[in-house]
Design a protein around this ligand. Sequence first.
Ligand code: ASP
Length: 359
Amino acid sequence: MTRFKSARALLALFGLVAAMAAAQAQGAARLPNVTILATGGTIAGSGATSTTTVGYTAATVGVEALIKAVPELQKVAHVSGEQVFQIASENMGNDNWLALAKRINVLLAKPEVDGIVITHGTDTIEETAYFLNLVVKSRKPVVVVGAMRPSTAISADGPINLYNAVITAGSQEAVGKGVLVVMNDQINAAREVTKTNTTTTDTFKSPELGMLGYIVDNQPHFYRASTRKHTSDTEFDISKLDALPQVDIAYAYANVGPTVVNALVGAGARGLVHAGVGDGSLPAKVRPALSAAREKGVIVVRASRVGQGVLARNGEANDDQLDFVVADTLNPQKARILLMLALTKTNSTREIQRMFYTY
Ligand code: ASP
């Protein structure tokens, strides 16, 4: 009887081991499902000749052609494509962002979708990536990718960038890392990445704070993560929004006057980002205009045109007294995005300052 029982137990154990091995083999063979949302840009651009790398037309090639141009994608993921827009990214607007984010949230809520890639023009890629980083409600990977050379150029960078983006979007390593920008074999976080060169393929950097990792040998390798809250951990919900509050940027320079600030307030801005010189200093001719804007209820955020470093609160201006907010390390174009979303929740400068130190 005992012998019979132990034989049965042994058989059950063999069965379990075999089932585990089969499941493991199946898991290893299962390719992730990655949806590519195409929005246009140079990655979908075409030039007159193979040596045309400037003066080409952005946003001419459709998503199916982009996918077809990289047959290697089929080996690393089940890819499907959707043409969401077909625009150059200098024309990206708040409406586009809301539509894109809503579509991503619908797709990522489906259990069968493992990750999303967004093909995008590079001029505003960092803005779209940061917007999505604040409003996508999922820990699944979302990767934004572009190209500096049109699809028709010699050594076009689009195909390899797209391939690397799909690998990253289908990877476990990218889960929970926030929205990523993958270009030039490098992975950058949406919050920190910025375009640093007008034309070269190594343009995307995260100045001083550093990139997150590399794509090497068909795999993403992460070395760090952004510490700020993102995606499913933010308080922003765009599901019921069909517009965003008007927030504009006023750029500072030697000899700047109050004209732009006054014009923007007159045009109905609810928020203003002062892209100040240095540590966001307030020129004597601009300060009264910004202060008057604040008195009218406009939220003023001091940022810097420098592109690196912390904007120190109560440093170059008495923010407590002026009731201004500081942008921390966000560049002016990203400060604008956070301020727009902040204004969908509150008008309190104390709360908005908290958000700038949180995201
Ligand atoms: N102007 C183009 C765009 O942003 C540039 C690019 O994609 O590289 O759409």
